[in-house]
Design a protein around this ligand. Structure first.
Ligand code: ZN
Ligand code: ZN
Length: 147
């Protein structure tokens, strides 16, 4: 996911839109139990101010995991937004650096995925989960454990 800053400067375009699809190669922490399924789409706008590149973007992908209460497989669309600055020399500790006029969005996108992806998902917000004694899925009705 490269934005060619020299090309933008050359064409006199200081604001431009981008759209990429890519396959996430990083690892999500395994305890999340959630994986990204299929390509990640990234789109947004880049604005050039001097040598600084301001990026506002949105990330969309499908996530797959187990409901944290009943362990059913859950698939859903997930999206988040991110805003970052790419600079040639770091002025702020949150800045991303770029060289040779090429902004590679990958690290910013992967950081945004890691910080925004949910750590637990549910099949529905009022999922009743499994009975801790007999393991029955309580969404399908009560079990006989109650004394
Ligand atoms: Zn559930
Ligand atoms: Zn039970």
């Amino acid at each position: 996911m490269i934005i060619d800053v020299r090309k933008l400067k050359f064409s006199g375009k200081f604001e431009s839109d981008f759209a990429f699809e890519y396959d996430y190669q990083g690892d999500l922490p395994a305890f999340y139990g959630i994986v990204l399924d299929g390509p990640v789409s990234v789109s947004g706008t880049s604005i050039l101010q001097g040598d600084d590149v301001y990026i506002d973007g949105a990330i969309k992908c499908k996530i797959v995991g187990e409901c944290a209460r009943c362990l059913k497989r859950v698939e859903r669309e997930w999206s988040c937004e991110f805003s970052v600055v790419y600079a040639v020399t770091r002025q702020d500790e949150d800045d991303y650096l770029y060289q040779n006029g090429r902004v590679d969005l990958t690290p910013a996108v992967e950081d945004a995925i890691l910080t925004s992806i949910p750590t637990v998902i549910y099949c529905k917000s009022d999922c009743l989960g499994l009975c801790p004694s007999c393991g029955k899925d309580l969404n399908e009705g009560p079990c006989d454990c109650k004394k």
